[in-house]
Design a protein around this ligand. Structure first.
Ligand code: S3P
Length: 437
């Protein structure tokens, strides 16, 4: 792998549930693209921009809660994104960041995929956030009659005015459903304002949420036609792939990728923290282990204990190759345990065999810190790779060449630029919310 690997991401909070990496990594693999797609759990809109630039992403998808706020911070926006007031895709355009929206295509293609004609159809869209507005926009473009409902009524009114449709408060849904043919929900997963008896077999229901959607389960039990949220995900991703690579996406590959199970079964077994020297793996790992009730293990610490030597001594006496062999064997041995948080040495990702070990046994989290901050935090005498009189370009080269390796190994990226407590809390919440769904 070289520095020219293109890195793409989906950013949101929470984002660990996202199946976008499955879709895009399969397409990259099939097309032999030198590219990798990761999940970034950001804490703010400015953090998403910082990470885009610092990791030097080639493109990014955007999910809740950043779809609307990110639009304000971009240099340019495509016409659909501007009309919707939200982005789900950002790409580099020269030196600038340009936002697009393909969510509306996700909705209309999913409905048309059933052979439905959308013109003059009575549609109810739940949610006036980025995804809800995109759904309304797409349906209006197809000539449907759209009514937008939202918990905060004012927000629905504002969005409806901008898009050119009607708005109602959530309380009025019951009567409206009698006249509705298509229901599209873009509300948060746990919010479902619809009661089972209000649904009839003639309703077509599409909920953006996956893998679990209480609305879809309810609609199924009422014999409605239900379109899964994964269908929306897949259909919005097809134009994104074109924006990212200029190529057509193969739908069949994407369907296959979606049916493969993201490591939901092993997700809670272990957590492994990876990232460059000085990114805070030990500090965050210890806090996280406490929160989860797990044990904390430092892979370098285990090696030092077993060898009776410090890592610096091992490098000096045996050389880097021997250290890497020790690192590999300790990793594969102790990853067999369960309920541990591991801090992994910064170079563990260089060996693809270690990726397999990590991916089989752990949820892998890349703690991202800018090189400048890493170098401020570390004592070079404890890091043999940086312990030279004249470091020159070495740290920069090491950092850059490793980025694609971290990206390939990670299930989730979390920034740890400031407060390790907050970083650990963010990881904890991501795990908690994904498992709770
Ligand atoms: C290394 C990182 C160190 C240690 C060794 C090699 C690396 O661990 O394993 O000095 O190659 O990046 P930390 O990342 O914990 O500093």
């Amino acid at each position: 792998m070289s520095e020219t690997t293109n890195i793409f991401a989906v950013t949101g909070n929470p984002v660990l549930h996202s199946k976008s990496p499955l879709l895009f990594n399969r397409l990259f693999q099939d097309n032999k693209e030198k590219a990798v797609y990761i999940r970034i759990s950001a804490e703010s809109t400015s953090e998403t921009i910082f990470l885009f630039k610092d990791i030097d992403l080639s493109g990014m998808n955007v999910t809740s809660p950043f779809k609307q706020t990110l639009l304000q911070k971009l240099d340019k926006t495509g016409p659909a994104a501007a009309a919707i007031g939200a982005v789900n895709t950002v790409v580099k355009d020269g030196g600038l960041l340009k936002g697009f929206n393909t969510d509306h295509v996700g909705v209309t293609s999913s409905l048309k995929g059933l052979g439905l004609r959308l013109q003059e159809r009575n549609c109810l869209v739940l949610g006036a956030g980025g995804a809800g507005r995109a759904a309304a926009y797409g349906l209006i473009q197809e000539g449907a009659n759209v009514i937008l409902a939202n918990r905060t009524y004012d927000k629905a009114v504002q969005a409806a005015e901008k898009l050119g449709c009607q708005a109602i408060p959530l309380d009025d849904l019951r009567a409206l459903l009698n006249k509705t043919e298509i229901v599209v929900s873009a509300l948060a997963p746990r919010i479902n304002p619809i009661q089972k008896e209000w649904l009839r077999p003639s309703h077509v229901v599409l909920d953006a949420n996956y893998p679990h959607s209480p609305l879809s389960t309810m609609a199924q039990s009422q014999d409605c036609t239900v379109i899964r949220g994964e269908e929306w995900l897949l259909n919005q991703a097809i134009p994104v792939y074109k924006l990212f690579t200029g190529r057509e996406a193969n739908r069949k590959s994407m369907e296959d990728a979606l049916s493969s199970d993201f490591k939901s079964k092993t997700i809670c077994d272990n957590i492994s923290l990876i990232g460059f020297m000085g990114c805070g793996k030990t500090t965050v790992g210890q806090i996280l282990a406490k929160k989860l009730g797990y044990s904390f293990k430092d892979i370098d610490g285990v090696i030092e204990e077993r060898e009776g030597k410090t890592v610096s001594e091992i490098f000096r006496l045996k050389g880097e190759q021997d250290f890497r062999a020790l690192e590999k064997s300790v990793l594969s041995e102790i990853q067999q345990e369960k309920n541990n948080v591991y801090a992994c040495g910064g170079g563990i990702v260089l060996d693809p065999a270690n990726h397999d070990t990590l991916s089989r046994n752990s949820l892998v989290i890349w703690l991202y810190v800018s090189l400048e901050s890493c170098l401020q935090r570390i004592d070079p005498s404890s890091r043999p790779l940086l312990d030279t009189e004249d470091r020159g370009e070495k740290p920069e080269v090491l950092f850059q060449t490793r980025i694609p390796h971290y990206a390939r190994a990670a299930d989730l990226v979390v920034m740890n630029e400031r407060n390790p407590e907050k970083t650990a809390e963010n990881i904890y919440e991501e795990i908690h919310q994904t498992l709770a769904d």
